[in-house]
Design a protein around this ligand. Structure first.
Ligand SMILES: [Zn+2]
Length: 493
């Protein structure tokens, strides 16, 4: 091993080699490792803690809005998958199959779930008898497997990934729409209020919606490298799944009716978006909302001041812990303060308190913000309130910087040359009038691998689908034909 500090630090640059830089941050900040099989990762304690923070927020909101958690088997009989032809077609190349149990070949192949609609829906059909059973809202936290043969990128592209999938049934289409918007709103909230990542919300174009869905809604986050991340999706499945799986109910007049269903999911890709958005060439940057350690105290002593500095630091650590902060006192003897600063920077601890003999003498504390190294001094007496305020400031800094990036990177274009040129030069989103023809997306996709990542909706959030607003210009930005929709093109993860 060479110089230890070299070994510890990030060597790649976020702006020049975002892919390599990302992989290095994930490994060196101890979030995840690569598994022996290609396409799989091992999530380490500090990485899993981020997932738990996301889970905790979302799961609480789900519970508050009538969702019950369940768990279904990870294997789905082939005949179940086949009951919904769109699901089979949509996932066909990505399904992993179990063909043997021990030494015996199975009579029927079992799919490792790529999503669970086809095993949950038959049970929802069984459990739904009357309109009084509706709405039924089920959610499961689990992993799914999609055998995509791509390069592994922790939390972005893995064959197995953690997620939650919600499945609901409703007596009316209006009820299904309200559900779709409730979940999309919760996804927006987890990105913006928990991860400090602003998002755009809208719907996917017809040709890119979830197999079998009427409408797929999405929240999209813009990464600093100019690519969009599909943050989470919420689907109105209409009656197609209910028809395929006989989810029917007796209405108030005892007449049999077919239910309307929805499904919605957020995966650990949210962790990828979090890392990519805020982190820098020194390593991981985390908002205090999810940071496993929010505050680290680094005492700085000489032999003759050690006892005083440590005692003072311990008192502060105790106060902060009692106030509910996640705090660590780094009193390791064998490391000098400079090494500790670098390590906690790499690990993304939002706030560092530096305490030396001067701080002890003056009854003060020096506070340093991880994102921009901003330094200030607070009195010992008000330290709990000061830390609280500084953590809020750090969150706001992260959010505002991401928001500026998003706002500066939505541009309009009105010809194929302009769309291609704008995305090629700046990345980000290009907003253009669109005729609705998939062929127009293909034209752009073939040239620079950018696609329509979303279409904005107006008047959404209620019991209807919402409308795509009319464009100012009425000619498709690609083919020039009449256009009455707006589309956002971007390269995406
Ligand atoms: Zn067109």
């Amino acid at each position: 091993m060479s110089d230890e500090s070299q070994e510890l630090g990030i060597t790649e640059s976020k702006s020049h080699k975002p892919g390599e830089w990302y992989a290095e941050v994930v490994q060196k900040a101890n979030l995840a490792d690569y598994a022996p099989m290609g396409g799989f990762i091992v999530t380490k304690p500090r990485g899993y803690a981020l997932w738990e923070a996301i889970q905790e927020s979302l799961d609480g909101w789900f519970t508050d809005t009538g969702v019950d958690n369940v768990y279904f088997p990870m294997f789905i009989p082939e005949s179940f998958l086949e009951r919904e032809k769109d699901i089979v077609e949509g996932f066909d190349p990505e399904v992993a199959w179990v063909t043997h149990g021990g030494h015996d070949e199975l009579e029927e192949r079992l799919a490792v779930r790529p999503t669970s609609e086809s095993i949950i829906a038959p049970f929802m059909a069984d459990w739904t008898r009357s309109h009084r059973d509706l709405p039924m809202r089920l959610n499961q936290w689990c992993s799914v497997v999609r055998w995509e043969a791509t390069e592994t990128k922790p939390f972005f592209r893995t064959k197995e990934f953690m997620w939650q999938e919600g499945h609901t049934a409703h007596a009316s289409n209006e009820g299904a729409w309200e559900e779709v918007w409730t979940r999309l709103g919760q996804y927006e909230r987890v990105y913006e209020d928990v991860l400090a990542v602003p998002v755009l919300r809208g719907k996917k174009p017809e040709h890119d919606k979830f197999p079998g869905a009427d409408t797929t809604t999405t929240v999209e986050a813009l990464m600093p490298d100019g690519k969009s991340v599909q943050g989470a999706t919420s689907h109105n499945l209409g009656q197609s799944f209910a028809e395929a799986f006989d989810i029917t109910f007796a209405d108030e007049d005892e007449k049999e009716q077919t239910a309307y269903t929805t499904s919605w999911g957020l995966s650990w890709r949210a962790i990828g978006a979090l890392i990519m958005t805020h982190s820098d060439d020194q390593g991981l940057v985390l908002p205090p909302t999810v940071a496993p350690t929010q505050v680290v105290i680094v005492p700085i002593w000489q032999e003759d001041t050690k006892e005083d500095v440590l005692e003072y630091s311990e008192g502060i650590a105790d106060d902060l812990e009692a106030a509910g902060f996640r705090v660590e006192l780094d009193d390791r003897d064998e490391r000098n303060p400079g090494f500790k600063f670098n390590e906690h920077e790499l690990n993304g601890v939002p706030l560092r308190l530096e305490i030396g003999p001067h701080e002890v003498d003056d009854a003060e504390v020096t506070l340093v913000h991880r994102p921009d190294n901003a330094e200030s001094v607070a009195g010992r007496d008000g330290i709990v309130d000061a830390v609280d305020e500084h953590l809020d400031e750090i969150f706001d800094k992260l959010y505002e910087s991401a928001e500026e990036n998003l706002e500066a990177n939505v541009r309009e274009a009105h010809s194929p040359e302009e769309i291609l040129g704008t995305i090629g030069k700046h990345g980000g989103y290009v907003k253009t009038p669109w005729c609705g023809d998939e062929a127009c997306e293909e034209v752009i996709k073939e040239k620079i691998a950018a696609e329509i990542v979303m279409q904005p909706l107006e008047d959404e959030g209620g019991s209807t689908a919402g409308e795509v607003p009319e464009p100012d210009h009425d000619e498709c930005g690609v083919c020039g034909d009449p256009a009455d929709e707006i589309a956002y093109f971007a390269k995406s993860y």
